[in-house]
Ligand binder design. Structure first.
Ligand SMILES: C[S@@+](CC[C@H](N)C(=O)[O-])C[C@H]1O[C@@H](n2cnc3c(N)ncnc32)[C@H](O)[C@@H]1O
Length: 274
């Protein structure tokens, strides 16, 4: 990183679920510790860390609780456990449909938190909660700072990626919506800050950082995903497009493959597996 330190880390590692390469929980957690140590070294003294993680309901909910316990020994303050709701879930008729994605928020020192980023586009409609302020009875809509509700730690307003969306990147089974990464970046960094992401995949953090005028360093162990991330950024810079709605990142090299033949999300992979 040439001596630069980051203000924000957004990591979305493989979750140790069957859809990814399944390792023993202990091995997975030891591996997480390694990238957390690298993350801490790469972060400024006042900075934020967000980690997306899953829980395997068919296998003791691993690795989620194991990860939380391990984090107690790291040098980060736990701040919030956010749940993002997926529109489509997976599951059987004999269990609750799995529609959640967990997002952990930790901090180091006293980082920025821009509260404006937390407001959604959902109008505030709840009336009837009164409070006396300076002798005057005020209704809660009058008292509020915004006409829309705060996202809080349950995010219900984010459309998960599917192939018809403009930002879809065919072949990226675990792509996160730009909207959720945008929310994190706006809340926990300022323009010009450096953001890091050790698990680029479709390059969502890279792209959202570009749009929000942050700088981003990102990597992926798989050269295909590293290449996809580069192409996605280059395509955005050239055309303003966010993804490949009706095509795919390798259409120049392999024009015969149809976008519809490529699995697009981890949910479609999981539907096959469970
Ligand atoms: C869940 S996906 C990340 C999705 C990403 N947030 C997005 O929106 O596209 C995890 C990625 O981590 C990569 N990965 C797995 N092990 C890695 C490692 N040791 N170092 C770097 N990347 C790794 C995988 O190749 C995969 O692309």
């Amino acid at each position: 990183m040439g001596g630069e330190v980051a203000r924000l880390a957004i990591h979305d590692p493989p979750y140790n679920l069957a859809a990814f390469e399944l390792r023993s929980v202990g091995t997975f957690i030891d591996w997480c510790k390694k990238w957390l140590i690298s993350t801490e070294a790469a972060l400024a003294s006042d900075s934020s860390l967000y980690v997306w993680l899953g829980a395997d309901q068919n296998n003791g909910f691993q690795p989620f609780p194991d990860f939380l316990l391990m984090m107690r020994d790291q040098h980060f303050q736990p701040r919030s456990l956010i749940t993002m709701r997926n529109q489509r879930g997976y599951g059987t008729q004999k269990n609750w449909m799995a529609v959640r994605q967990e997002l952990l928020y930790y901090t180091k020192g006293k980082p920025v938190f821009n509260i404006d980023a937390e407001y959604t586009d959902i109008p505030k409609i709840l009336r009837g909660y009164y409070k006396e302020i300076n002798g005057r009875r005020m209704e809660n809509l009058e008292r509020s700072h915004s006409d829309t509700i705060r996202a809080g730690n349950v995010w219900v307003d984010i459309q998960q990626i599917f192939y018809r969306m403009e930002e879809n990147v065919s072949g990226c089974y675990a792509q996160k919506p730009i909207k959720c990464i945008d929310r994190i970046i706006r809340a926990s960094s300022n323009p010009g800050d450096l953001v890091i992401d050790f698990f680029a995949h479709s390059g969502t953090t890279l792209l959202a950082s570009e749009i929000l005028k942050r700088k981003c360093f990102t990597v992926d162990i798989d050269p295909i995903y590293a290449e996809i991330s580069i192409r996605r950024l280059e395509r955005f810079r050239a055309t303003g497009r966010l993804g490949w709605q009706n095509g795919h990142p390798f259409e120049e090299e392999v024009p015969d493959i149809k976008a519809s033949a490529i699995p697009t999300s981890v949910d479609s992979a999981q539907e096959v597996l469970f």
